[in-house]
Write a protein that binds this ligand. Structure first.
Ligand code: F6R
Length: 369
C-alpha cells in the first residue's frame, strides 16, 4: 500500500527515479537511436508535421509548457501549449500538418478528450501521452506514448508530472531524429544525459531534510510566491499549484522577468519567495538575470528560498536558504528542480494536519466539462 510512508503522495514523490527511468526504458536500440514503433504512426507523416500543439489541463499543462522549451530547441518546429478547455473554443489554427499532443495522467479528463476530438475533426495527427492503459483519450487518438509512472493514487500529481516531461522529451527527440542531420546527433547525446537523470533525482531525494524542516516552520504562512525563468517558469507555476491544492495556501507563480512589470509590488518584509534559478550554463546570461531578481526582492525584505544548481555560489549572498540540486544540462533541470517544491507542499500540508492525498473539493480524474 503506502509502503510505510505517511501518504501516497510522499510515496509517489519517492518513486520518481523509477517513473522517469521506466518511461525511458525500451525506447532506444543498441546504437542509441530512438525507436517508437509502438506508436504505429507512419514516420513519413510525422516527419511532415510543421507545428506541434500540446493540449492538457493542470499539472499536465505545466509538463507541456516545460517541454516546449526543449522541443522547439531540438526540432526547430513551432510548438504551442494550450489549456484543453480553451483550445476547443478558440477556433484553433490546426490542419493535417499539425501534430496535436494531448497529455493526461488519467486519460479520462473530459476537457482534454474534447480537445483531442476537435483536433481530429480538423484533420490533425493526434498523439496521447497517458499514464493509464486503454483509457479513453488514447483510444480516441491516432497513437499513444505511455508514461510508465505506475498508478498514481494521490490527487496531487507528482510522479506522473516528471514522467510526462520525460515522455514529451522522448517524443521531441524522436522528431528531431526524423528530421536528421545535426538534429539527430543531438538527440542521441540528450538521450544519454536523460538516462543519467534518475540517479540524480534519487540523490536529491536523499537530502530533502532541510526542505521538510523549512516547510514545518511555515505551517502558518498565508502566501508563498514562486519565481522562475526559462524552464524554471513552468516549474514555478507547478510548485504554486501543488501548494494551493494540498496546503490551501495562496500561492502564485511568476516568470521572473515579469517581476518589474507588476508582481514586485507584492514584496513586503517577510514574504516567502521560492526562486527556481536557471543553471549557470543556460544561454543569454539568464542565470545572472535571475540572481539580480533575487537581489531586488531581498532588498525589499522578501525571504528568499533559492533552488539552484550545486556549486552555484552566485546565489549565496542573497539567499535565506539555498536548496541545491545536482547539475544537469539546462533543459533537463526541471526533472530535478520540481522535487523540492513537491516535498515542500506535502510536508507543509501534513504539518497543517490536512489530508495530503485527498484535498478538499478535488477529484483525481475530472470527467465532466
Ligand atoms: C494537479 C492535478 C490536476 C491534473 C489535471 C489533469 O496535481 O492533479 O491539475 O493534473 O486535472 O489531469 P489528467 O492528467 O488526468 O488529465
Amino acid at each position: 500500500e503506502k509502503g510505510g510512508h505517511s501518504s501516497f503522495m510522499v510515496k509517489e514523490i519517492l518513486e520518481q527515479p523509477a517513473a522517469i527511468n521506466d518511461t525511458l526504458l525500451g525506447r532506444t536500440d543498441s546504437t542509441g537511436a530512438l525507436v517508437l514503433d509502438e506508436m504505429r504512426i507512419d514516420p513519413a507523416r510525422l516527419a511532415a508535421v510543421d507545428k506541434i500543439v500540446f493540449v492538457a489541463c493542470g499539472t499536465a499543462f505545466y509538463s507541456g509548457l516545460t517541454a516546449k522549451y526543449a522541443i522547439e530547441r531540438w526540432t526547430r518546429l513551432p510548438c504551442s501549449v494550450e489549456l484543453a478547455h480553451e483550445f476547443r473554443y478558440c477556433d484553433p489554427v490546426v490542419d493535417e500538418k499539425t501534430l496535436v499532443v494531448s497529455i493526461s495522467q488519467s486519460g479520462e479528463t473530459m476537457d482534454t478528450l474534447m480537445a483531442v476530438k476537435h483536433a481530429r475533426e480538423l484533420g490533425a495527427l493526434t498523439i496521447s501521452i497517458c499514464n493509464t492503459h486503454g483509457a479513453t483519450i488514447p483510444r480516441e487518438s491516432d497513437a499513444v506514448l505511455y508514461t510508465h509512472a505506475g498508478p498514481e493514487i494521490a490527487v496531487a500529481s507528482t510522479k506522473a508530472f516528471t514522467a510526462q516531461i520525460t515522455a514529451c522529451y522522448v517524443l521531441g527527440l524522436y522528431l528531431a531524429q526524423l528530421r536528421g542531420g545535426t538534429h539527430a546527433e543531438q538527440a542521441q547525446q540528450v538521450m544519454r544525459e536523460l538516462h543519467e537523470v534518475p540517479a540524480k533525482v534519487e540523490d536529491l531525494l536523499g537530502r530533502m531534510d532541510r526542505v521538510r524542516e523549512i516547510a514545518r516552520f511555515m505551517a502558518d504562512t498565508r502566501s508563498v510566491l514562486f519565481l522562475g525563468r526559462h524552464v524554471g517558469y513552468p516549474i514555478a507555476l507547478e510548485g504554486a499549484l501543488k501548494l494551493k491544492e494540498i496546503a490551501y495556501i495562496h500561492a502564485e507563480g511568476f516568470a521572473a522577468g515579469e517581476l518589474k512589470h507588476g508582481p514586485i509590488a507584492l514584496i513586503e518584509p517577510g514574504q516567502p519567495v521560492f526562486i527556481v534559478v536557471p543553471s549557470p550554463t543556460t544561454p543569454y546570461s539568464l542565470h545572472d538575470k535571475v540572481v539580480s531578481n533575487i537581489q531586488e526582492i531581498r532588498a525589499r525584505g522578501a525571504r528568499t528560498l533559492v533552488i539552484a544548481e550545486e556549486g552555484d555560489e552566485a546565489v549565496v549572498p542573497f539567499a535565506d536558504e539555498v536548496i541545491s540540486v545536482p547539475a544537469t544540462s539546462p533543459l533537463l533541470a526541471p526533472l530535478l528542480t520540481i522535487v523540492p517544491l513537491q516535498v515542500f507542499a506535502a510536508e507543509l500540508a501534513a504539518a497543517k494536519g490536512l489530508d495530503v492525498d485527498q484535498p478538499r473539493n478535488l477529484a483525481k480524474s475530472v470527467t465532466v466539462e
